[in-house]
Ligand binder design. Structure first.
Ligand code: AMP
Ligand code: MG
Length: 414
């Protein structure tokens, strides 16, 4: 009797099932310098006012506004320079009418002063003991007021904030050196296949180089997670079980590639059964990448990705990456999509939703997309020539040039 293939579900169903089984990860304390790309797990308050004192926004002279409000080239104001205050120093002299303090950007404003004139609007006189002001400056100009950027006790970053470079700087300025963030998921990676050899090896007849392992590792790093590369598992039950057990010991997510189609050596599924992994689906109605098995063991997620490199890569982008981002409390789980005009006709055999490697560019105020040409689900090079995937629905057999298609943008891999 022929073996019945397992049922196929849609991509939308597959994404939903994966996300429904994706747990939120725990928070840990880290040094803020190591937190780029993490999500904050608690509010952060400022421990000081910013700026902490009234400070000069310019290199110039601190003055009493009334002395310079109507200065001009014809009627310059002449002021006595009483002190010089570089950044980091503190003024010691109170300023009165007819006086000026030479001041640098970032230095505290002396008492009595309420205005800073830019050095460009002045000329020094009498060896720098006096200054001539040649342009009017409105009172209050060029001073950053105490607390105008942030107030002491104010929440400057909230629980759930994504830490990008500006947020790292904010953490530094409020002295939040140790912060709570959601941990990076630990992801174990196991390519399988008796024919697979590593990149350094020249393949013998029948062998092929392991492109999936390194691609998967790179995708997982780009998704903000940590990689444990466990090496190639041969197509033996013992090898597979040993690697899978060690993966489940250390990882939140386990990725295997290969061995999930209907071949005689496809032992992945029986190894899963031995370990008590619960299988949620085995096939998705998509092209490429139909044989894709998803299972869980407690809170751990296990993905059996197809062996074909294009299929494996897309499976990670479309299913694994959203799960890893959800774990880390990212809210933007999916790649951005655009509506684009198809530049050339495209045909397919209907039945499965197809993700087509494409180059999508903005032209004349519109997105335009075209197939880059690929030979099949092994053609990883086609993705290297692409910046996107256009989507062809399962029931469509032909799209004409000019048709509107949805495009998944893949330009931000790193
Ligand atoms: P499988 O799913 O194991 O039947 O593999 C499907 C196809 O993908 C076969 O042609 C394999 O040789 C190829 N393949 C499997 N694993 C890898 C890998 N790690 N790197 C490159 N190609 C692979
Ligand atoms: Mg195989």
């Amino acid at each position: 009797m022929p073996v019945q293939p397992p049922p196929m579900i849609t991509m939308e169903e597959a994404v939903q099932i994966v996300l429904d089984h994706t747990p939120a990860i725990d928070a840990i304390e880290v040094d803020f310098r190591d937190a780029l790309g993490r999500v904050l797990a608690s509010d952060v308050r400022s421990d000081m006012n910013m700026p902490p004192f009234d400070k000069s926004a310019m290199d110039g002279y601190a003055v009493v506004g009334g002395d310079v409000a109507s200065a001009s080239g014809e009627r310059p104001a002449l002021l006595k320079v009483v002190e010089e205050v570089p950044a980091g120093a503190v003024p010691t002299k109170r300023l009165g009418r007819g006086q000026a303090t030479r001041i640098m950007t970032g230095a505290p404003i002396p008492e009595g002063a309420d205005t800073v004139i830019m050095v460009e609007d002045t000329t020094p006189e009498a060896g720098g003991t006096q200054v001539k002001v040649l342009k009017p400056t409105p009172t209050g100009e060029n001073i950053c007021l105490l607390g105008e950027d942030m107030k002491i006790g104010q929440v400057v970053l909230s629980d759930g904030a994504l830490l990008r470079p500006p947020e790292i700087g904010v953490l530094a300025s409020v002295g939040a050196a140790r912060i709570a963030v959601y941990r990076q998921p630990e992801v174990a990676i196991i390519p399988t296949g008796g024919e697979i050899v590593e990149a350094e090896v020249v393949p013998k007849l029948g062998q092929i180089r392991n492109s999936n392992g390194p691609t998967m590792c790179a995708q997982i790093l780009a998704a903000g997670a940590k990689v444990h590369y466990l090496g190639i598992a041969g197509d033996t039950r013992e090898d597979l079980l040993a690697k899978l057990k060690s993966a489940l010991d250390r990882a939140d997510v386990v990725l295997l590639s290969g061995g999930v189609s209907m071949g005689d050596y496809d032992l992945v599924k029986s190894a899963w059964a031995d370990l008590g992994i619960r299988v949620h689906f085995e096939r998705i109605r998509i092209k490429p990448g139909r044989p894709l098995t998803f299972g869980t063991l407690g809170k751990k997620l296990i993905f059996g990705l197809p062996g074909n490199p294009l299929s494996a890569t897309l499976g990670i982008e479309l299913l694994v990456r959203p799960a890893l981002r959800k774990m880390q409390r990212r809210t933007d789980l999916h790649r951005p999509t655009e509506t684009a005009v198809l530049d050339e006709p495209f045909e397919q055999k209907p039945g499965r939703k197809q993700f087509v490697p494409a180059m999508t560019l903005r032209r004349g105020g519109q997105w335009h997309t075209r197939w880059v040409g690929h030979t099949g689900s092994a053609d990883l090079l086609s993705l290297a020539r692409s910046n996107s995937l256009f989507v062809v629905e399962a029931d469509v057999s032909r799209l004409e040039a000019g048709a509107e298609v949805q495009v998944i943008m893949l330009d931000e891999w790193v």
